[in-house]
Ligand binder design. Structure first.
Ligand SMILES: NC(=O)c1ccc[n+]([C@@H]2O[C@H](COP(=O)([O-])OP(=O)(O)OC[C@H]3O[C@@H](n4cnc5c(N)ncnc54)[C@H](OP(=O)(O)O)[C@@H]3O)[C@@H](O)[C@H]2O)c1
Length: 265
C-alpha cells in the first residue's frame, strides 16, 4: 500500500471529540463526521463532559486524535466570558497534552484581533493565545457571523420599532457551511496557523438585517447610522470582513432566507 492510501485509511478511522457537540455548529459537525465513518464523541455538560469542571474530560480524550472545540460561554458578560474561555482552554489543552491529541481545532471569529474593545472578543483572543502557546498542533478557524445569528444582531440594536445599525461590511456564512468546512479541516494536517472562513458575498450590516426582518414580516425598521456599533463596539469597513485567502461557504443569504420561508409555510 502506498503512503497516500495508508494516510487515507487512518484519516477515515479517527476518534474525534467535538467539544460543544450539542450546540448549533457542534450537532451538525458530529453528524457529518459520524457519516464519514469516524468515531465521534459529542462532548458537553449534558453528556457529562465539562471543560470548566474537568468532569469526564480525561476519559473522553483517551485514544483521541483530533479535538474540535466549538463550545460557547453560557454568559456573554465581560468577566464571565473571559473566565469561561480561559478556564475551558486551559483544562482542555492540558487534558489533550496528557492524552497525546495530535490536532486541536478551535472555532473563533473573523476580526477578533480588530475588535478588542469588546469583552467577548477579548475572551476569544485569550482562547486563541492559549492554543498558540500550547505544544499541541492546531488550526484556528475564524468564521464570520452565522446567518442564524442575524436575529440576535437585530435584537441587540432594537429600541422600540427601530433597529439602529451601521452600514459596516460583513460576509456572513450559514452554520451548515461552517460545519462542513470544520469536518474537512478535521481530517487535514494541522496548519499551526489561522484560516478565515466566510460566506460567498459581502453585504452591509444594515442591509443584512433589513432583508432578514422583511423576510420574517417583522415590522421593525432599520435606521442606518454610521456611528452605531456592533453590540456596542465601533466597527469600520474592515472589522468584520475576512482577510487574505479565506475559505468560502457556497450558501447565499437570500437563498437561505427563501429556503427557511418555504419550510415555515
Ligand atoms: N454566532 C456566530 O455568528 C459566530 C461566528 C463565528 C464564530 N462563532 C463561534 O462558534 C462557536 C460555537 O457557537 P454556537 O453558536 O454553535 O454555540 P452554541 O449553539 O451556543 O453551543 C454551545 C455549546 O457549548 C457547550 N458548552 C457550554 N459550556 C460547556 C462546558 N463547560 N464544557 C463543554 N461544553 C460546553 C454547550 O453544551 P450544552 O448544550 O450542554 O450546554 C453547547 O454544546 C463559539 O465558540 C463562537 O465564538 C460564532
Amino acid at each position: 500500500m502506498n503512503a497516500n492510501l495508508a494516510q487515507t485509511r487512518i484519516m477515515k478511522n479517527m476518534k474525534i471529540v467535538v467539544i460543544g457537540g450539542t450546540g448549533l455548529i457542534g450537532k451538525k459537525l458530529v453528524s457529518i463526521l459520524s457519516q464519514k465513518g469516524h468515531e465521534v464523541v459529542a462532548a458537553s455538560p449534558t453528556s457529562g463532559i465539562n471543560t470548566i469542571t474537568g468532569d469526564g474530560l480525561a476519559k473522553a480524550l483517551t485514544g483521541t486524535q483530533v479535538v474540535v472545540d466549538v463550545a460557547n460561554s453560557p454568559s456573554f458578560e465581560d468577566k464571565a466570558v473571559l473566565e469561561f474561555f480561559e478556564t475551558s482552554g486551559r483544562n482542555l489543552l492540558a487534558a489533550e497534552a496528557t492524552a497525546g491529541v495530535g490536532h486541536h481545532i478551535a472555532l473563533s471569529v473573523v476580526g477578533t484581533d480588530r475588535l478588542q474593545a469588546s469583552g467577548y472578543f477579548r475572551a476569544k483572543m485569550a482562547q486563541e493565545n492559549l492554543i498558540k502557546s500550547s505544544r499541541i498542533p492546531y488550526t484556528i478557524v475564524r468564521a464570520t457571523q452565522f446567518f442564524e445569528f442575524v436575529g440576535s444582531i437585530a435584537q441587540s440594536a432594537t429600541d422600540g420599532q427601530t433597529v439602529r445599525l451601521p452600514p459596516a461590511l460583513m460576509q456572513p456564512i450559514v452554520s451548515d457551511d461552517v460545519a462542513a468546512a470544520l469536518a474537512n479541516i478535521a481530517v487535514e494536517q494541522p496548519l499551526n496557523g489561522t484560516v478565515d472562513l466566510a460566506g460567498p458575498e459581502p453585504i452591509r450590516m444594515d442591509e443584512l438585517v433589513r432583508r432578514f426582518l422583511s423576510a420574517n414580516r417583522d415590522a421593525r425598521k432599520v435606521t442606518t447610522d454610521v456611528h452605531a456599533g456592533y453590540f456596542g463596539t465601533a466597527v469600520n469597513e474592515q472589522s468584520l470582513t475576512p482577510g487574505n485567502n479565506p475559505r468560502l461557504g457556497p450558501t447565499r443569504f437570500d437563498d437561505w432566507l427563501s429556503r427557511r420561508q418555504a419550510q415555515h409555510h
